[in-house]
Design a protein around this ligand. Structure first.
Ligand code: ZN
Ligand code: ZN
Ligand code: FE
Length: 758
């Protein structure tokens, strides 16, 4: 006998439902010949186990260390129990409990077992576009409430056939309690329509769709978290047509390829990128282009990268097997509206975009765009954190009272804190239209429901006009906490790195409402989670025309030049003056000098825009950050030479002057120095000057930890260079790896600030 015969109750918390955890426990218990039962509760999984003490110990160790691939255990508690003399080990009925704190799994790409069956002619699910099992398939996007049981998902409309039901009921089967389990006979199915909503006959809608794409047609395809608009990425005309119809002039399109080998035909893949592409989360990964390559230059114009992903649903695999190098798979939306998830809605919204529609009858309850990740400075960096990651929480250092944070205006996400976990929503989008606002409110309701938490603390931005602020203000019986945008950025970085303050926070950004009502963005803060002081910023510069100055960087160029040269600017021989008439520029300078519609900004994003325009890269942008992005793409990333820089100091607040830098750039232009060199020197200057400021602040405050956040850190040259130089100077540097450095991470920071007691 291996020790005393005892009984124990083990409570497991984390992502342990809908991931095959109970069958795993069942099989493990049988392996050790233990008796008892396992069941789902509202807080996770509860196990009653009886047997020799030593075997129970081994069972527990094994359970913690070798769980099913998608399970994530966040807590195990263990209690002595009375022996009940169970005859066997069984899986018992779910139990409703008071607390509903089980974690919902993100959506998971098709697993290898299902993929094998999908292409196995002898399998009863051969070619079935909705094949799934406990280890894969939709989750977050089809769930309406917890616990994660079929009646609480959009699969409730499909009654399992005898064969599917038998699999579902068999603890030894891979499909035991796989909620979306289905087959050709009983599950959802595909239908292909033309642009007049006429159903297209044919046995194999996927094969037909592939044929249409090859002919250059644009097809709206319903996926996991919403519709994609698809086109053959090798077909110039098709991609160009999609751009025109979608009114998306130059922003890169995401593409999908069948496997890594095919991606290697047009892009370079580092081993870490290959792992990321192939992970069950299947994000879009930004990969360096290979030249020449077979894809249309319309896919990702003026960009060094392709946003590429592998297929993640069985439907994608069935489609991609038809010999495409790549398909454009861009979010199915109209310009900045949320991605479409509903068939009727898609027919209406894409009537002048798509030629055909490949749809299905499994509802998507909650839309979720594809996530976008880029590898920079040795780590994964989110540009968008959504499908495949949401609703996995960010773990916090300690328990915090429940908070709802409403996020920023652009790239909005919301965040709910429950205990020691912060749940960020999927990407909601730019809160500039009603459709997005509806989605924002729906997501908040949905998250409250599946997390079963109704926070009485609500956090929002300082900006009075943001729709998210207005929403927060309209909430009754809550404590409202308003959080400065750049403080929120730094707090988010501190939270995901599990550090407490104080830190030197480099919040390098485009736009954020400042405490003085001005537009901040090139900020150095001394920050704790609950408070901050401003230590340095770029000196204020007028933005002629306000929002128009963001869309038209030449306005910023004029403003910086006027600041640096005054009236002497008119004699300069530089690209920006060749494209715009003197009258136009004078008009802008008039606005600046008379302070008409020219709010002041300390934004670093605007400085990038301004430099981009001055050196002739871009005067006007089609999407946010385009001018800065093209400047990055052109810049030499190996330069250490810098321009002169200078700041003033007043009562411990440093103001960075832009004039010396602008003068240096203009001097180089006049000497015929190439754009790539000027761009490289500009990046090096920004890196050097912020590092020097950090050194001064360290002297004054003894703080050696630096947190980097803000949208400008999506710039790889800047992020890598900043980390390198700060570390070389002895700083401990913290960066974003779990949430975006852009405004997609703001809600986490707001929640942390609001949830931290002052
Ligand atoms: Zn599977
Ligand atoms: Zn079936
Ligand atoms: Fe920001």
């Amino acid at each position: 006998m291996q020790g005393e015969y005892t009984a124990r109750r083990i409570e497991v918390e984390g992502i342990v439902q809908g991931v095959g955890f109970r069958p795993f426990v069942y099989q493990l218990a049988n392996l050790y010949n233990l008796k008892g039962e396992v069941l789902n509760t509202s807080s996770g999984v509860s196990i009653h186990v009886e047997g020799p003490d030593k075997d129970i110990d081994s069972f527990c160790r094994e359970m913690k260390n070798n769980g099913p691939p998608l399970a994530r255990i966040t807590g195990v508690s263990d209690y002595p129990e009375t022996v009940k003399n169970h005859k066997s080990f069984s899986i018992a009925e779910s139990r409703e409990g008071a607390s509903r704190s089980v974690l919902v799994s993100p959506d998971v790409s098709i697993c290898d077992d299902c993929l094998r069956e999908l292409f196995d002619k002898k399998d009863r699910r051969f070619g079935y576009p909705f094949i799934n099992c406990t280890n894969c398939g939709p989750r977050y996007t089809i769930i309406d409430d917890i616990p994660y049981d079929r009646p609480n998902t959009s699969m409730k409309h499909f009654r399992m056939c005898g064969k599917c039901q038998a699999e579902y009921d068999d603890p030894g089967n891979r499909r035991f309690h796989a909620q979306p389990n289905a087959c050709h006979d009983c599950g959802p199915f595909l239908t292909l329509f033309d642009n007049n909503r006429k159903m297209i006959d044919g046995k194999n809608p996927v094969e037909k769709t592939a044929g249409l794409l090859k002919q250059g047609y644009i097809v709206a395809i319903k996926g996991l978290g919403g519709f994609h608009l698809a086109a053959d990425a090798e077909n110039d005309k098709a991609v160009y047509t999609l751009r025109k119809r979608k009114a998306r002039e130059e922003k890169p399109f995401a593409i999908m390829s069948y496997n890594l080998e095919i991606i290697k035909e047009y892009a370079l893949i580092e081993p870490e990128e290959a792992a990321l592409l192939s992970s069950f989360r299947r994000p879009i990964v930004l990969l360096k282009k290979k030249a020449p390559n077979p894809l249309s230059c319309e896919v990702s114009p003026k960009n060094k990268y392709y946003g590429t992903m592998l297929p993640y649903t069985p439907l994608h695999y069935l489609l991609m097997q038809h010999d495409f190098t790549a398909l454009v798979m861009t979010s199915g939306n109209r310009s900045e509206e949320p991605i479409s998830i509903d068939n009727d809605d898609a027919f209406n919204r894409f009537s002048d975009i798509a030629d055909f529609y490949l749809t299905h009858n499994r509802d998507i309850y909650l839309r979720s765009d594809d996530s976008i990740v880029k590898r920079t400075a040795g780590n994964n960096r989110f540009i968008r954190r959504s499908r495949g990651y949401v609703p996995e929480p960010v773990f916090l250092t300690r328990n915090t009272q429940p908070v709802l944070a409403c996020g920023a205006e652009l790239k909005n996400t919301v965040c709910i804190i429950r205990h020691n976990k912060a749940f960020l929503s999927q990407h909601i989008g730019d809160l500039e239209n009603l459709a997005t606002l509806d989605f924002f409110e729906l997501t908040i309701r949905h998250m409250k429901r599946i997390l079963d938490v109704y926070p009485e603390i609500v956090a929002c931005d300082l900006h009075p006009d943001y729709l998210s602020t207005k929403y927060a203000l309209s909430q009754k019986n809550v404590k409202l906490v308003r959080v400065q945008h750049h403080h929120a950025h730094i707090a988010a970085c501190m939270a995901e790195n599990m550090i407490e303050g104080p830190v030197i926070g480099l919040s390098l950004d485009g736009t954020g409402y400042g405490e003085d009502g001005k537009i901040w963005g090139g900020e150095v803060l001394i920050a704790e989670k609950s408070r901050f002081t401003r230590a340095a910023h770029i000196s204020y510069i007028p933005m002629p025309g306000s929002a128009a100055a963001i869309k038209e960087p030449w306005r910023m160029a004029a403003s910086y030049l006027y600041d640096a040269f005054g009236e002497e600017m008119w004699g300069l021989d530089i690209p920006v003056f060749k494209e715009k008439s003197e009258d136009k520029i004078r008009f802008i300078i008039d606005m600046v000098s008379k302070k008409i519609n020219s709010p002041e900004t300390s934004s670093l994003g605007r400085l990038f825009d301004g430099i981009s325009a001055i050196i002739g890269i871009r005067n006007k942008v089609c999407f946010e950050g385009q001018a800065a992005m093209e400047l990055e793409m052109l810049s030499d990333d190996n330069t250490e030479e810098t321009y002169d820089y200078e700041w003033t100091e007043d009562d411990n607040l440093y103001k960075i002057l832009t004039a010396p830098l602008i003068k240096g750039v203009v001097a180089d232009l006049n000497n015929g120095v190439h754009q790539s060199v000027i761009g490289g020197k500009f990046h090096a200057t920004v890196i050097r000057l912020y590092t020097e400021l950090c050194k001064i602040i360290r002297k004054d405050t003894d703080i050696e930890r630096v947190a980097l956040s803000g949208g400008v850190f999506q710039n790889s040259i800047l992020l890598s260079g900043m980390v390198k130089l700060l570390e070389k100077n002895g700083f401990k540097v913290y960066t974003h790896k779990l949430v975006p450095s852009n405004d997609g991470g703001i809600s986490l920071g707001q929640a942390i600030v609001a949830g931290t007691d002052i």
